[in-house]
Ligand binder design. Sequence first.
Ligand code: ATP
Length: 291
Amino acid sequence: MRKNIILKAPAKVNLTLDVKGKRSDGYHELETVMHQVNLLDIIRISQGTGGIQIKSNSSLIPTNEENLAYQAAEMILGEYAHKEGVEIYIEKNIPVGAGLAGGSTDAAAVIQGINQLCDLGLEEEELLEMAARIGSDVAFCLAGGSKLARGRGEILSNLPQRMIPYIILVKPHFQLSTAEVYRELDLTQVEEFPDNVAFLAAWEAYDIINIAGNMRNVLETVSIRKYPEIAAIKAELIRTGALNALMSGSGPSVMGIFMEEEQALKAREQFRTRYQEVFLLSSYVSTKSEE
Ligand code: ATP
């Protein structure tokens, strides 16, 4: 058994997000294109003396059983290695409560990390099943890359790998609760639904203009009503040269897709005068874990 393991836990953005209706179990039926970007939490897992300890450089996340990384460790140790203890250090770089699946990606990394650290030899399918039990986005974060996600977000179809070179991501100063945004969603108020068929055709053809042109997110209806600043950021990203701009997940992060590095750098500079969390990102290309 290894003594410790370090993993990258990338954020995700939703390039389209459609809600098909509400299910009898209370969840919404989704159809969303999810895409990993190179904004990374770093997770270090070490052998512990017993139980689960979480530490982090961030004071914004819980370090008890409310942390999704804790829940992931508890589940996999409880089912496959109940005698082991682990210490988990989360270097938090992904903005919290931002629609970027920060908690989910930490949980996914912990499942993968403990599988390796404790030599459990579990197959991807078993890991994905556990991930889906922890939270809707955890299975995607574990599978990674680009996926069309359906159901609660756990039914995943592979999409070809496509590189989006320049993404400017702006996180406004407030957080949004995913549960609250879904609760307030009224599909009759949505003006523009995504056309996922058109988006996927553009994705297949690697046609960046139509990839950007087909980005839509029905949750903007709710989040922009609460915080019109989200619409203002979108408009400003487009004014600074983005092909298009969209809120990710339930928000409030907004991303703009750029063709030219120079324009993206200029946009970053402009937003940094008013926002603390502004990132120039591109698609995440997995190199799996390092020791
Ligand atoms: P999603 O896009 O999956 O809806 P999000 O990016 O909007 O998620 P998170 O950053 O995952 O939101 O945080 C949502 C809440 O989850 C936070 O308020 C925090 O208290 C809790 N949380 C639990 N574990 C973590 C974690 N490891 N990292 C971040 N937040 C966590």
